[in-house]
Design a protein around this ligand. Structure first.
Ligand code: KIV
Length: 303
């Protein structure tokens, strides 16, 4: 069955895998995973077909990450993407999901100026795009508290936070000194106390991530944080080998997507040039009666 032909919006618990019905992933079900030790799989996806494929593959969380500034829009960092752009991509991903939890990333500038703007923008993701939670970078505990009060589940994001690229001086592994580890630990506990239902730990030593995972009451989702987290997240283009940029050490590429797509496109160019595409079976034909009638009139004209 193609990704295009499957029914949409079939509601919670509607997706059935060969192993039986697969219930809708919710914020409470993710918190339960911490208790049962069942690892959480997450991926970024930014549009309908990608979200659909992730959902069908059994991913637990789909994040419409602000990484789309780079992967989809070609910017050099995540800073340029706007709320309106994020909303377009979040709505598209929404249409592809039935089971996975949809998390929308708060873009740079949408929550830093004041908490009120942060709440208004987070509400837009929930109301206008069907997000089920938002993610924000940094230890904004007071904003997290207010969002949770407004019934907006929040995923935190600590460690290498790409929106802080200029403060960090580049995409560098964080929390390497005792002081930095202690600061990260305090921030993580502050976010958990404020009501975050999970926290992304990005670009930190695996030992630090494992210790935090053991300490925190909420799931940790790692990216470049080693195997000791409660779950893992990768960026769609990295996982599928579509991005041209050199990969960070933590990326595992499951498909040579760029090579496969390039080969297909080159073959198409060749087939168009040689006339091999389209073939007769890829063409429409005149109905038999029309064909017969036009042949007859051609014969008449030739007499
Ligand atoms: O924007 C993004 O893709 C992210 C993930 C790397 C966690 O924040």
């Amino acid at each position: 069955m193609s990704v295009w032909s499957t029914p949409r919006h079939t509601g919670p618990a509607a997706q059935v895998s060969p192993l039986g019905p697969s219930p809708k992933i919710t914020v409470p079900s993710l918190l339960d995973r911490k208790q049962t030790g069942t690892r959480i799989s997450a991926v970024t996806a930014y549009d309908f077909p990608s979200a659909r494929l992730a959902d069908q593959a059994g991913l637990d969380i789909v994040l419409v990450g602000d990484s789309l500034a780079m992967t989809m829009l070609g910017h050099e960092s995540t800073l340029a993407v706007t709320m309106d752009e994020m909303l377009v991509f979040t709505r598209a991903a929404r249409r592809g999901l039935t089971r996975a939890l949809l998390v929308a990333d708060m873009p740079y500038g949408s929550y830093q100026a004041d908490d009120r703007a942060g709440i208004e923008n987070a509400l837009r993701f929930m109301k206008e795009a069907g997000a089920e939670a938002v993610k924000l970078e940094g230890a904004h505990a007071s904003l997290v508290r207010r969002l949770v009060d407004a019934e907006i589940p929040v995923m935190g994001h600590l460690g290498l936070t790409p929106q802080a690229i200029h403060r960090m001086g580049g995409y560098k592994v964080q929390a390497k000194s005792h002081e930095a580890i202690e600061r990260l630990r305090e921030d993580a506990h502050r976010l958990a106390d404020a009501g975050c239902f999970s926290v992304v730990l990005e670009g930190i030593p695996r030992e630090v991530a494992a210790t935090l995972t053991a300490e925190l009451p909420i799931p940790t989702i790692g990216i470049g944080a080693g195997p000791g987290c409660d779950g893992q997240i990768l960026v769609w283009h990295d996982l599928l080998g579509i991005s041209e940029a050199p990969h960070a050490r933590f990326v595992r590429t499951y498909l040579d997507g760029a090579a496969l797509i390039s080969a297909a496109l080159q073959q198409y160019v060749e087939d168009v040039a040689s006339g091999a595409f389209p073939a007769d079976r890829e063409s429409y034909h005149l109905p038999r009666e029309t064909n017969r009638a036009s042949k007859a009139s051609e014969e008449l004209a030739a007499v």
